[in-house]
Design a protein around this ligand. Sequence first.
Ligand SMILES: [Zn+2]
Length: 437
Amino acid sequence: MAFHFKNLRLLTGDSDLSAPTSLSVRGGRIERIGDLGMPPEGTEVIDARGALCLPGMVNTHNHSPLMIVRGMVEDLGFAPAYTPGVPQGHWLSGEETLALARLGVMEMLMAGATTIVDYYRKPDALARAAAELGPRALIGGRVMDADTAALAEGRFVHDPALGETTLRDALDLIAHWEGKAGGRISTILAPHAPDTCSRGMLRTFARLAEETGKQVHTHLAQSRMEVAQIQAREGMSPVQLLEDVGLLNADLIAAHCIFLSDDDIARMGRNKVVVAHAPIGNASFGAAAPILALEAAGARITLCTDTKSADMFEAMRTAIASARRRAEMEFVLGARQVFGWGTAAGADALRGHGASGRIAEGGPADFILLDPDAPNLRPAIDGYGIIVHSGSAANVRTVVCDGEILVRDGRPTRADPAEVIAEAQRVAERLWARARA
Ligand SMILES: [Zn+2]
């Protein structure tokens, strides 16, 4: 496939937005940027009408089937997924998981993410959804071996059978899906969290990481309950526990990272841990991660929406608001830096996906075009500020990933959005009826 986008305004480095340029794509790569003359025969020419063009977003932490509770539990307190009256994740069949994952992946893609991380139970369904819709995806099977009912009461009760089943699914996923969908799908190791995994399970993952060379994605210091439970169970902080079992290193991607001591922050920095910063979800329960302290200590920061709204523009903006809230109204963190977290930093920190998070000749053709007619994107002078402080997922009109147009005129090219939405709605209605019965 070859495309020639003309009349776009490229947001990269110190680009000059006042001078529209062109960009040609061939064989998954950006072939040329700039005046291209007559495009060769067989090239589709697309007039971008002055649209802003930016690198595809890298959304580093999600669980697309958790769509099932979105809009229903946010006001119920922390982690209400194990509360009576709410659909339980383990009720979901493979087909139901697929229906929700298709909605989740489609939403992330339409919001401008060309690389996503998605992990949950029934990971095969997540991989199928990503393969169908087309983004680069790092997929994992979420593994845990704690009894969830006891966890809701703050106690750890080992459930080895759950550990066995979820670990088997996670390993099957790696065996079947690594490098599939034309290389756009890669697999990750995903122990759920320090408080939902036994010490033995965490050690198993340290060994698997060493054997496979894969990165490990987990939740870390997400709640006070987790910190208290690990302190009671292990006599240390969750960060210390991960260090103790051999997981606290540059191959760890840790989501949330909110409730950390200064010592925890120093350990994470020293070990160059990657943080999947989820500012929207954190803020929704009143929390703000010490993200700038983590970065200053040496941790690497990436951004995610964690199945909240899939809007990385909102995530960038909320990251700034929460950093400034934490800094007691100092004007820390700016648009360019947070834009880097959502694009290049994410691509650099994750392995196995082939993205760069940048727009450059010879580089992967992963980029998005925004609506040239959107009033919220004006005035466009420097570009970064308007996108971060005023942009929206709803502005994304075109998404190109690996040289393929996956969203055109705001519609996914590989699936019928009405069908994807109707199917997910049906599944959600059925499970909510069951939860309330
Ligand atoms: Zn999560």
